[in-house]
Design a protein around this ligand. Sequence first.
Ligand SMILES: Nc1ncnc2c1ncn2[C@@H]1O[C@H](COP(=O)(O)OP(=O)(O)OP(=O)(O)O)[C@@H](O)[C@H]1O
Ligand SMILES: [Mg+2]
Length: 469
Amino acid sequence: MSEHLGSILVVDDEPAIRENLEVLLSEANYKVTLADSGIDGLKKLESDLFDLVLLDVMMPDKNGLEVLEEIHQSSPETAVIMITAFGTIENAVQAIKLGAVDYVTKPWDNEKLLLDIRNGIQQRKLQHENRELKRTLKRQYGGFSNFVGKSDRMLKIFDLVTQVAQSRSTVLIQGESGTGKELVAKAIHANSSRVNEAFVTVNSGSLPSDLLESTLFGHLKGAFTSAISSKKGLFEIADHGAIFFDEIGTVGLDTQAKLLRVIQEKEFMRLGGVDTIKVDARIIAATNVDLKALVDQGRFREDLFYRLNVISIQLPPLRDRKEDIPYLADHFLKKFSEENNKNCGAMPSEMMKLLVQYDWPGNVRELENIIERAVVLSSSGKLSHDVISLDMTSVSPRGKSNGVSPMDGQSLFEILENFERKMIMEMLENVNWSQTEAADRFGLPLSTLNSKVKRLGIDIKRKTLRTHS
Ligand SMILES: Nc1ncnc2c1ncn2[C@@H]1O[C@H](COP(=O)(O)OP(=O)(O)OP(=O)(O)O)[C@@H](O)[C@H]1O
Ligand SMILES: [Mg+2]
């Protein structure tokens, strides 16, 4: 016999009916398995996958409707047709509500039953395919609409995002500045069932710790001197939604302890309040520093690290996935052409080559900024070659004379620091010491540039280097 038309499990406590159906269905070219009770049926469903179950409603050990519910849980792709002995319409209606594709009444007409079975299998298959299709569509055009990447590493990240989006688990996103951490956080939310609830971003780095705490947990009037009114915190706003901690590594140890408590107990207190407030917020955190290293240095709580790092997403720097550059460049070119009402055409291939060669220390954000500038500056309606190449050489770490040589007897760290200092000084001089402008040109967030400026001993006010130590 050739390939059968599908596999069917018959669940009925009456031997005569089982026999009847076995003959009918096998002759119609189905693969048939028999079960003599609800419990037996569920056991067979555990060890095998069926296209369809013919399920009796009235059975001594377990009601058919209960069995139906369990089938729905355990094998959602399996179609179920109920067999009702007396045509009790309530049962039939209930069965359809519970997800049965159809019901037949005893005694049945063989031809009609075979037709119903064929339809049932077909219908379930279509539903399944549609769901898959929707999932793919959503992935391409929905939750990922502005998320570009074709490299293996990014495709894996898309898959991971889709998978973890369904859960409530805490996610820690790590990666260099500009690699797309915030975008990933938003994609997780956009692909989750919480999509219609709030997505709240906390810029942990930009606030002193007492302010951060009142921002997170809210406060009651009079909780501290400047608390002239009561205010809800971000956790309350993020209830049922998600809360995204950007630069989690900058959160102080005191606040870390409180965060740990919210994560573990799912409750918190407003500053100055006595009531504990329950909250169900999905926590997503991001960092561009090595959080584990902070743990080793005693600057980040180990227990909090493990609580956050339940699911870990590591975003690779752009230089490690150069095959994404053309797609990203194209994406940004379209985006900024539209925004600026310019028709810049396609990216000239020699320019694309330059873009692919470059190392992108500021990652995707740097690429995005450079293309935005190129579009804005192009006057002829066509991207001119100079526009990009000029900018590239001004920030390229491979610039011709950088004044440092590996033979200077410095450690690599010192060489890089000197180089970084020199580049930042040069840039600042060029932009009239505006850190905002410099950060923008480097494709860095202002806070990142500012912390570099401090670390490298650049004195913004005096427009020079600090000369101590
Ligand atoms: N794969 C990508 N596809 C399209 N745009 C991207 C992608 N990755 C990043 N971007 C864009 O690059 C910019 C920087 O991304 P994002 O803000 O998510 O980076 P980040 O890792 O949070 O950086 P930082 O650590 O500096 O905060 C954003 O404008 C974002 O939309
Ligand atoms: Mg960010």
